[in-house]
Design a protein around this ligand. Sequence first.
Ligand code: FES
Ligand code: FES
Length: 159
Amino acid sequence: MGELVLNVNGARVSVDAPPGEPLLYVLRNRLHLTGTHYGCGEGQCGACTVLLNGRATRSCLVPISAAAGKPIVTIEGLEQNGKLSAVQQAFLDEGAFQCGYCTSGMIVSAASLLRSRPKPSDDEIVAAMDGNLCRCGTYPRILAAIKRAARLQAEGASR
Ligand code: FES
Ligand code: FES
């Protein structure tokens, strides 16, 4: 065990945990940020996706020692001042989920995509989201939601 300082959703938090403990476990079990989900634990499903240094990252594969000091944003950190992010709102508007298990990882991956590509093509969306699996097969609605989010962001930026 050892104390590490993490920067989670804009707050500094001290965690007393083994340095090799996966970031996913720390978020869920120690910080009670349970919006980030455990799916496969092997980097294959995307349910555990968070932003690390602004990039979509599989938190099940990252030891906390590698995340210390870097900005971490979870699904809980995407809303600002009680207002959902464009991607969160678009997923709601399009009903882009069934059981919802994949949804937080999908939203975080989509947020990462739209930061680097504000107006992605359909092919770019499909390629960027390839590592996020949805067992319920809601992919068409997820695609529609990400396109809606891109429009919402563009409208917000032009105001
Ligand atoms: S739980 Fe991390 S990729 Fe599946
Ligand atoms: S909505 Fe059920 S896994 Fe995607």
